[in-house]
Design a protein around this ligand. Structure first.
Ligand SMILES: CC(C)(COP(=O)(O)OP(=O)(O)OC[C@H]1O[C@@H](n2cnc3c(N)ncnc32)[C@H](O)[C@@H]1OP(=O)(O)O)[C@@H](O)C(=O)NCCC(=O)NCCS
Length: 275
């Protein structure tokens, strides 16, 4: 293995545009106006600029194709439903505050300016996260296609990194410590269903402590506490608490080793029997 720090890229030819756009958006969020309108206008400017000034009349314009009117109407979060709204324990007063920002987050990822555009996408999500999460520390970094349940039930410490296509189901709450990394296609759950009656739901806080790494395609089930500096290997399913500095793999995930940098007294071996 080799140490490969991330490269610094040269400045983009029109880097200023993205910064100006984000500054404007941030100022509008701080002014605390109508978030649904902010979401609608921002998406309209990105995807259908010719309709920005006449959105209200365009959605009623019988001369426009129905599909066009539908696409325009969906720019406004009040015209779409998100799955968590159907959950009985959804706190409407909190969810309706964050819904426009979640819709902006998800929809931006489907635009040309968004999607795989790392520079702008990471910066936009960093701005939005501060207004969606219960708490968001410094340097939050999320790549494309990350999904939440409520969003408002999630706490993130400093330097948290969430890679592409991750599901953060914060229905029962998710707490992420500092320097947590969640790799591509991982799933972190905080709710579960009775095996007898699917409507019988248990919400349980799921905790990933400082320095935890959840690697590719791994799943952490509701209520699991992954202790500091632990690692959950690719494709693993963590069904029970994960001990600090341990590396857990498999289904159900078991410890296969202790990290060599574990502090004295943690476990004085580097390879442990799975349990
Ligand atoms: C968890 C992981 C880091 C373990 O690496 P490691 O400490 O070098 O462990 P080893 O490769 O020595 O494996 C120890 C044992 O666990 C098994 N194992 C390792 N990873 C496994 C996995 N994801 N699922 C099932 N078994 C696994 C190995 O086959 C080996 O079993 P054996 O002793 O019967 O031969 C690695 O396998 C992994 O999943 N990496 C994911 C990729 C990654 O690094 N992601 C980080 C992105 S941010």
């Amino acid at each position: 293995m080799a140490i490969y720090p991330l490269r610094k890229l040269p400045e983009l030819p029109i880097a200023g545009l993205g910064s100006q756009w984000l500054e404007k958006l941030e100022a509008e969020l701080e002014a605390d106006g109508d978030r649904a309108l902010l979401c609608r206008r921002t998406l309209c400017e990105l995807a259908y600029p010719e309709f920005v000034d006449n959105w209200d009349t365009a959605i009623k314009d019988a001369k426009l194709p129905l599909a066009t009117r539908l696409a325009l109407s969906a720019l406004d979060p009040r015209n779409v439903t998100l799955e968590p709204e159907y959950y009985a324990e959804c706190d409407d007063s909190r969810f309706q505050r964050v819904k426009p920002l979640l819709w902006l987050w998800y929809s931006f990822d489907r635009t040309v300016a968004g999607g795989q555009n790392v520079e702008l996408g990471v910066r936009l999500r960093r701005v939005l996260a501060r207004y969606i999460f219960k708490r968001c520390g410094e340097n939050f970094k999320a790549f494309q296609n990350v999904e939440f349940s409520f969003g408002y039930n999630l706490e993130a410490g400093d330097n948290v990194v969430v890679h592409r296509n991750v599901l953060l189901d914060d229905r029962g709450g998710i707490s992420l410590g500092n320097n947590v990394s969640i790799s591509d296609f991982a799933n972190i759950y905080s709710h579960t269903h009775s095996i007898v009656d699917q409507r019988d739901v248990t919400d349980a806080l799921t905790r990933l402590d400082d320095g935890v790494r959840i690697t590719y395609h791994a799943t952490v089930l509701a209520g699991v506490h992954v202790h500091e500096q632990a690692m959950v290997g690719a494709m693993a399913v963590a069904t029970k608490d994960v001990r600090p500095y341990h590396v857990y793999v498999g289904i159900p995930a078991k410890s296969v080793r202790v990290k060599p940098n574990a502090p004295f007294g943690q476990d004085n071996v580097t390879t442990v029997k799975p349990r």
